[in-house]
Design a binder for this molecule. Structure first.
Ligand code: PHE
Length: 498
């Protein structure tokens, strides 16, 4: 094989040839005359054409090329010829032939039988006999011709195509002539002033390459904010603008008492099943519960009070002591409201939280076993459902969702309860965006909050609005090990709607 020349030599060779001969009719043969690959020459041609030093015309041709299998036949003969060649004068068993020919055996047998090159011994179908002295390997010959670019009859082409021995391939090459800026040797433009240039004084004679002001800059290596965290911050700002204070959410592990019982959620409620909730093995139970308050919660479940009949069942402390991964941040709200109830005199409050919750659910494109909940509540005298609707309208319109609808719903701890729907202009439909309600007296009064104080509250997932805002339709692209860092890097800085 010829030595490979570096690109500069290829360029010099091409320019010298164009200078003397005026043209290169076929870049492929020119590349082989230079002893370089066509690809390498094409690189040089592209760079010279960009400066109009050469003018290049594309020549596109479709030609038949041999498949790998066919190339093997050119080298070793067609399967049928190989097969015949492998049969000794006394014949040979099929198994022995198969072992020798491998993949070519089946095709070879069929074609050789069709050509009447082989036969079988009478009464012994297993012994293959050769019926001709020598064979003319037509297939090999035709493939060889095609390989050399010689003409082959259409019928043969059809046959080879059917046997998947040839396929059409598009090849592109170029014809070249001198361009308007033709030079025998191009001047290389300097891109930098180096200390060498300064020392030697070269810089005085150098021609410098122009700056390309249109070139894209390098991407800056910096940290990027995860979409969930970005939306979280935007929502936090809305809460803060609306006068809300953040609740401490730093306990993923919670007792059933604060997650369920204090919320007037009965102990037989299906959400308290291990199918829906992750319970802890160690420590399996909590050590501390406020005894006075616990007694009141027990009573309200068992026999009611505060105008309620309760659930009328035997409330068990064991059940309340079970530790779990909190299933909603309403557990945090409950703790805060209890704390607030202990502060005298009562002062109204607006609280929010955004943090992680856990549910023992089957994972699919819209559900994960852990996600983030946004929760807001207002605690004050004389609040009504109208206040709740008004606050929700303020909150969601700050998020870019100004068309809201409410649907009656049920939560053990709120009455009335409403699901919140928002019209999504992009999706052109109503989508559920949250859940809300007024906390029940059975929850608030045992805490010690004064009569007449109401709490309006709502909750939603952080993932839902984020997916809508970022146009992500699989939650696993947003959260968890499958998140693509490039997605995070390429997210627009400014989004519509938030
Ligand atoms: N805790 C509810 C949930 O997990 C949300 C909610 C919060 C509902 C506050 C009403 C009031 O879906």
């Amino acid at each position: 094989m010829a030595e490979k020349s570096p690109a500069a030599d290829v360029e010099a060779g091409l320019l010298a040839h164009l200078n003397s001969a005026g043209e290169v009719p076929d870049s492929r043969s020119f590349a082989s005359s230079l002893g370089v690959s066509h690809l390498e020459l094409v690189g040089v041609i592209k760079s010279l054409s960009a400066f109009r030093i050469v003018e290049s015309k594309d020549i596109i041709k479709e030609a038949w090329v041999l498949t790998e299998e066919a190339k093997g036949y050119v080298a070793k003969g067609s399967p049928e010829a190989q097969l015949v060649a492998a049969i000794p004068p006394e014949g040979v068993s099929k198994d022995a032939l198969k072992a020798k020919l491998g993949d070519a055996f089946d095709v070879g047998m069929k074609a050789a039988a069709r050509n009447k090159w082989i036969g079988f011994e009478k009464g012994n179908k297993d012994l293959v006999l050769r019926k001709v002295e020598s064979v003319m390997d037509e297939l090999q010959e035709q493939l060889r011709r095609l390989e050399n670019g010689e003409a082959v009859p259409d019928k043969v082409i059809d046959d080879l195509k059917r046997r998947k021995l040839i396929m059409k391939e598009k090849s592109i090459w170029h014809s070249l002539k001198k361009g308007p800026e033709f030079v025998l040797k191009r001047k290389t433009l300097a891109t930098d002033v180096t200390t060498e240039h300064l020392r030697s004084g070269d810089w005085k004679d150098l021609e410098f390459k122009d700056y390309n002001y249109g070139a894209q800059g390098q991407p800056i290596a910096k940290g990027y904010v995860q979409p969930l965290m970005e939306v979280r911050e935007a929502i936090e700002n809305i809460f803060i603008m609306m006068g809300f204070t953040e609740m401490p959410t730093n306990n993923f592990v919670e007792s059933s008492f604060w997650n369920f019982d204090a919320l007037f959620q009965p102990q037989q409620h299906p959400a308290r099943d291990s199918h829906d909730t992750f319970f802890l093995k160690a420590p399996a139970t909590t050590q501390q519960l406020p005894e006075d308050y616990l007694e009141k919660v027990k009573l309200v479940h068992q026999s009611g009070g505060y105008g309620s009949k309760g659930y009328v069942y035997d409330w068990k402390r064991d059940e309340a002591e079970k530790n779990l991964l909190r299933t909603h941040t309403t557990a945090v709200s409950t703790r805060m409201l209890y704390k607030l109830a202990q502060e005298k005199p009562f002062a109204p409050k607006r609280y929010y939280s955004i943090d992680r919750v856990f549910r023992n659910e089957a994972v699919d494109r819209t559900h994960l076993a852990e996600f983030h909940q946004i929760e807001g509540l207002i605690c004050d005298y004389g609040l009504t459902l109208g206040d709740l609707i008004g606050v929700l309208e303020d909150f969601f319109s700050s998020l870019g969702m100004s068309k809201l609808r409410f649907k009656p719903a049920y939560n053990p701890y709120t009455e009335p309860s409403m699901e919140i729907f928002s019209y999504h202009d992009g999706l052109k439909k109503w989508v559920e965006v949250g859940n809300s309600g007024m906390f029940r007296p059975e929850m608030l009064l045992p805490m010690g909050l004064p009569e007449g104080v109401n709490v309006i509250a709502w909750g939603l997932s952080l993932e839902r609005p984020t997916m809508i805002l970022y146009g992500i339709d699989n939650i696993r692209d947003l959260f968890g090990p499958k998140v693509d860092f490039n997605l995070i890097k390429s997210n627009p800085l400014c989004r519509l709607g938030l």
